[in-house]
Design a binder for this molecule. Structure first.
Ligand code: CO
Length: 210
């Protein structure tokens, strides 16, 4: 199977080079993406593919259930590099319906280390229990929770000193929340975008989510 993968890589690089001989030379010299993507590790949600972007166009961080932990050094390091060095203009937190991480956070089974990782989703489920209870079934509840997790992620990104500093110095960078449908391949805007001057710390998550 590894040989297949290497063969596919060779075919891809050969074809890409044939289409645009300067392609790899140009990308090797400079990385200048407009987007920073925070998404789920799920193999069905690859940022470049679903957003129709080429290599070099999106800087990516992915983890299980696209959770923004305020103390995640991996995410924070990537975010800082994206904002301060690459100077991306758009930051996207992207969740997806049918997320296994959200499902694991809402069942009664033990998931070992993942239970620690997924704690923010459990906390959201408790905080929005009444809202979620209005959904028709458990799948709809989980999909709504996946949306709330994105909105919470957007807020957390905005609360980092990285974004606060960037906005103070006048950087034009915006943070958006999207959700992806595995069943139709469509990205939907959750209308919770935050840009320079639009971040109100008193705004409730529920307001931001609606
Ligand atoms: Co997922």
């Amino acid at each position: 199977m590894l040989n297949d993968l290497l063969a596919r890589n060779l075919a891809w690089s050969t074809q890409r080079h044939a289409e645009e001989p300067e392609y790899f030379t140009r990308l090797a010299a400079l990385q200048a993406p407009e987007f920073f993507w925070i998404g789920c590790s799920d193999s069905r949600v690859p940022a470049n593919v679903i957003a129709g972007l080429d290599p070099g166009e999106v800087f990516v961080h992915r983890n299980v259930a696209n959770i923004v932990h305020s103390s995640d050094m991996n995410l924070l390091s990537s975010l800082e590099f994206a904002v301060d060095v690459l100077q991306v203009r758009e930051i996207i937190v992207c969740g997806h319906y049918g997320c296994g991480g959200v499902r694991a956070a809402t069942d009664d089974l033990s998931h070992s280390l993942a239970d620690h990782w997924l704690e923010p989703i459990r906390r959201l489920a408790r905080a929005f229990a009444v809202d979620l209870g209005r959904e028709s079934d458990i799948e709809a509840q989980r999909d709504r929770l996946a949306e709330l997790n994105v909105v919470e992620g957007v807020r957390r990104v905005c609360e980092t000193p990285i974004l606060q500093r960037a906005w103070t110095r006048g950087a034009d960078v915006r943070v958006h929340g999207l959700i992806y449908g595995l069943k139709d391949g469509r990205l939907r805007d959750l209308d919770c975008s935050i840009g320079p001057g639009h971040f109100q710390t008193g705004q409730s998550l529920q307001e931001a989510a609606r």
